[in-house]
Design a protein around this ligand. Structure first.
Ligand SMILES: [Zn+2]
Length: 124
């Protein structure tokens, strides 16, 4: 959520929609989506939640509104965002120069590295 309106705007969550990573999970598994939708009461949703755009995580009053939304600029921009994927912690670290990707350490998980460390500790 952009903070262009000052630090106070970060605290406002009324217009906060789903994040890109949540939406891409929704698209992958319908169960994930249903779990999210079941957190809302149908009577609070426009048209009792009948018209939903999964990519934008938005409900619409009528089918006509949803169809015209899907032709619109906002929806296409959102599709592009999802295609690019959510930013990962790894990308952030690479951008900050915290990690050098030489492709060797990639296969080791954090757990394995910890086990190796313990073994070294016992032999010395
Ligand atoms: Zn949409």
């Amino acid at each position: 959520m952009p903070a262009i309106r000052g630090s106070q705007s970060k605290k406002k969550t009324r217009r906060h929609t789903r994040d890109i990573d949540e939406i891409s999970e929704d698209l992958k598994s319908p169960r994930h989506l249903t779990r999210y939708q079941s957190t809302k009461h149908p009577e609070d949703l426009p048209a009792l939640g009948a018209h939903y755009c999964t990519e934008c995580a938005k409900w619409f009053e009528s089918e006509f509104n949803m169809i015209s939304h899907k032709k619109g600029k906002g929806h296409k921009r959102q599709l592009k965002q999802i295609k690019q994927g959510a930013h990962t912690q790894r990308e952030a670290e690479e951008a900050a120069g915290l990690r050098v990707d030489n492709g060797i350490r990639e296969k080791k998980s954090v757990d394995e590295e910890m086990v190796v460390d313990e073994q070294v500790g016992e032999t010395t």
